[in-house]
Design a protein around this ligand. Structure first.
Ligand SMILES: [Zn+2]
Length: 118
């Protein structure tokens, strides 16, 4: 992954507040056409898939994809460096290749770890 990242911006209708991604000309809820940017920083993994074979990229590393329900509203498809479990809380950003990247926020504590040396 590239270090140059930007925020994931979704689009919120200024008239009714509906939040969409990607942008549209008109709001499907109210017909409004004025939008403001809204940063979608976090979300929850709803589904995942692993792409193991890609056309034109024989032998490429597996691609981990997740459908993420953003806290801002819309669902987005994001890639991740490692497989993510359903319901994982993630941060979202856009990398230099314009891919939406999800990174796990929750790092579950290994149970009993603090007593490992006893
Ligand atoms: Zn609207």
């Amino acid at each position: 992954m590239n270090d140059t990242t930007t925020t994931l911006d979704v689009h919120q209708c200024t008239q009714c507040g509906k939040t969409l991604f990607p942008a549209r000309y008109f709001c499907p809820a109210c017909g409004g056409a004025n939008w403001r940017r809204y940063v979608a920083q976090t979300g929850t993994v709803m589904e995942t898939t692993i792409v193991r074979h890609r056309a034109g990229a024989p032998g490429a590393a597996p691609l981990y994809l997740a459908t993420v329900h953003t806290d801002a509203g819309p669902a987005v498809i994001a890639c991740s460096a490692t497989p993510l479990a359903d319901k994982t809380r993630v941060s979202l950003m856009v990398d230099a290749a314009h891919r939406i990247v999800a990174s796990a926020l929750d790092t579950p504590e290994p149970s009993g770890d603090r007593y490992a040396d006893q």
